[in-house]
Design a protein around this ligand. Structure first.
Ligand SMILES: [Fe+2]
Ligand SMILES: [Fe+2]
Length: 344
């Protein structure tokens, strides 16, 4: 006789947590009612379930079917996606666990055997941003495949990966001898790129400052979007342009600071100086080698700097002007800047 398929109590916990958060205890009791009709005769409440104990996996299958019939297909799907976030999210807070999609996929077999006493799972990486998970004897019911498909999706998304796509390409319930999932995602580095978009939270309330900042952001996005590994020349040229633009923008801010005897001038000016130094430094580095690491550290530094500076010192100065009814009139932009900006 085949041994009974068991899974750890922990499996139920995250599922139940999800249902409870969404539908409350009343939703949970409705679900138990339905589960009983479907033949469930396990623990009558989740308090009785122990995380590390073994329970028949058929309870889980009944649970999944009941979720689907009680709350609908979409909820089952969302639950599958949310479970890793609940589960892995908890673990990472305690263990400072910060895995990559690659690590999760490569170790999926090990994780599987912690939670299930049957079948086998194998994960391997095919190329950057693509992995395969294969399962042998793991799925008695298509609903479990469905759950796993969404689970893998949520798992890889939880790492912060973008554009995650999971396809269940082979399925024993469709006549294949094995379960197979192809998982694709945007590679770690690209997904880590930060973006900055103009929105009202960046507005200082002084129109001319905001106008100049919008262009600044435009240039930064140009760096983000069009710079590729190995492409020294375009990175250097756009950095030069940014440096040029920054000089113009900073000096128009500083001109008014001096004119209005702004008391925090020194502190503000120092941040501008720091920015020039960084840009000069980076141009030097880029002339030697442009690799992904450089691109991403430039991206991170500039986005952080700009947001911090706009939200911090620039807003302070704008506030200073506004509360004193001081004005900053529209600065004429040098022609080269205007031409270049139009071409971006
Ligand atoms: Fe500024
Ligand atoms: Fe500034």
């Amino acid at each position: 006789m085949e041994k009974e398929r068991l899974c750890r109590g922990g499996i139920y916990f995250t599922r139940i947590k999800y249902v409870k958060e969404k539908y409350g205890t009343s939703g949970m009791s409705r679900l138990y009612e339905r589960m009983k009709r479907y033949g469930y005769n396990g623990p009558a409440s989740e308090e009785e379930i122990k995380i590390a104990d073994w329970y028949p996996q058929k309870y889980d299958l009944i649970f999944l079917k009941a979720v689907k019939d009680e709350f609908g297909e979409r909820v089952l799907k969302n639950m599958g996606r949310a479970v890793p976030k609940i589960n892995a999210g908890m673990q990472s807070t305690f263990l400072k666990w910060d895995p990559t999609p690659e690590e999760l996929i490569k170790n999926s077999g090990r994780y599987w055997s912690i939670f299930y006493n049957f079948g086998k799972l194998e994960g391997k990486i095919m190329q950057q941003g693509e992995g395969i998970i294969r399962g042998y004897g793991i799925s008695e019911d298509p609903i479990f495949c469905e759950l796993l498909t969404n689970y893998f999706q949520g798992l890889v998304e939880w790492t912060g990966a973008k554009d995650v796509n999971v396809e269940h390409i082979k399925c024993v319930h469709r006549g294949d001898g094995v379960e197979e999932w192809v998982i694709r995602w945007k590679t770690e580095k690209i997904e880590n790129k930060r973006e900055i978009k103009w929105d009202d939270s960046l507005a200082s309330g002084v129109d001319e400052i905001d106008r100049q900042h919008k262009y600044f952001i435009k240039i930064l996005n140009e760096i983000n979007e069009n710079i590729n590994e190995g492409d020294k020349n375009s990175l250097i040229s756009v950095l030069h342009f940014m440096d040029y633009y920054a000089h113009w923008h900073f000096s128009s801010e500083e001109k008014y600071m001096k004119m209005y005897n702004y008391p925090d001038f020194e502190k503000h000016h120092e941040q501008h100086e720091k920015f020039y130094r960084y840009t000069q430094d980076t141009i030097k580095k880029a002339s030697e080698r442009v690799d992904n690491d450089l691109i991403f550290s430039v991206n991170k530094y500039l986005v952080d700097w700009l947001i911090n500076h706009i939200m911090g010192e620039d807003k302070k100065f704008a506030h200073f002007m506004r509360t004193r009814n001081l004005v900053m009139s529209e600065e004429k932009m040098p022609e080269e800047i205007e031409r270049k900006l139009n071409s971006l």
